[in-house]
Design a protein. Structure first.
Length: 303
């Protein structure tokens, strides 16, 4: 049994916690607002879940899941994370996080930036490329014919091994996507980000095998737009949650990410397209505020 400490307990964090508990692990939840705000979530998850401060969650965790905005990296308890295996689920969003030159230029990935703040931790990128509802519904036991795979990236072999064992225990196979420097291949808008697991309108998702994940990683291309940051892929379907509660339904907008112009030309159809195929874009276009389909949080691309 593994104890998983979570720094951040939103859509992705609480989904990982639920899967971990179902697999027999202990979880310790934390967020920036204090453990009292997570009391109901801990009760809902059951006796193997507890709420604590971030420091307490780190201390308790054999594995620590960091699932916060990139702008919060400087506030992480670096000393406490020394020697820990850390899962980084985070996606960079300039609109939410503010401009970060190293990420905007493509000289670092967000996981490499995280490692700069927690130098003595074993950082592994994982869970950042899958819609949280798909993550919950696609878990399958080992040996299942429809078991899905998730990419991971990291520089520490022991940390990768620990994260692989954990992910396999909660219902997924793992594809090694290389070092942290290559984690851009699973970043927002790449072929492996969201799309393989099916449209967000289908909350059950679509199982994805190892070969399909490897192929999606291999076809990723990285294009850096001056003053704007890396841009990946031609289009994605982007869910925009309706209402503020966790787990609320989402309407979808088709988002086209243009690689030949500055950031303001990230365009989207304002009309919900819940039945549209991944990659399709139609109708008039105008800039919109978007939500991160993986985390359910703020946009990972600027307006």
């Amino acid at each position: 049994m593994t104890t998983v400490g979570l720094i951040g307990s939103g859509y992705i964090g609480s989904t990982i916690a639920r899967l971990a508990i179902e697999a027999g692990h202990q979880v310790v939840l934390s967020n920036s607002r204090g453990p009292e705000t997570l009391a109901d979530t801990a009760v809902e998850l059951g006796p193997r879940a507890s709420a604590a401060t971030s420091g307490e969650a780190v201390a308790a965790g054999d594995i620590v899941v960091v699932t916060v905005p990139v702008k919060a990296f400087p506030n992480l308890p670096a000393a406490s994370l020394a020697g820990k295996t850390v899962i980084d689920t985070c996606n960079y969003g300039p609109e939410r996080d503010g401009p970060i030159p190293e990420l905007d230029s493509g000289s670092l990935t967000s996981s490499e930036l995280l490692l700069r703040y927690i130098r003595d931790a074993g950082v592994v990128k994982a869970f950042n490329n899958i819609f949280y509802k798909h993550l919950l519904s696609l878990a399958r036991p080992a040996g299942a014919a429809d078991r899905s795979y998730l990419p991971i990236a990291g520089d520490s072999a022991p940390a990768k091994a620990a994260v692989t064992e954990f992910i396999e225990s909660i219902g997924y196979g793992v594809v090694d996507a290389g070092p942290l420097a290559d984690s851009w291949r699973q970043a927002t808008g790449t072929p492996v980000w969201g799309t393989p697991y099916g449209p967000f309108s289908n909350e059950k998702g679509r199982p994805v095998g190892e070969d399909a994940i490897r192929a999606a990683l291999a076809t990723a291309t990285r294009v850096t737009v001056s003053g704007c940051g890396p841009r990946y892929g031609p289009a994605v379907l982007w869910p925009r949650p309706v209402g503020a509660g966790r787990g609320d339904d989402a309407e979808l907008v088709a988002v086209r990410i243009r690689q030949d112009v500055p950031c303001p030309a990230v365009l989207a159809d304002r009309t919900p397209v819940s039945t549209a195929a991944p990659g399709s874009v139609s109708g008039r276009t105008s800039a919109v505020t978007r939500e991160d389909p993986v985390r359910g949080g703020r946009a990972v691309h600027p307006r």
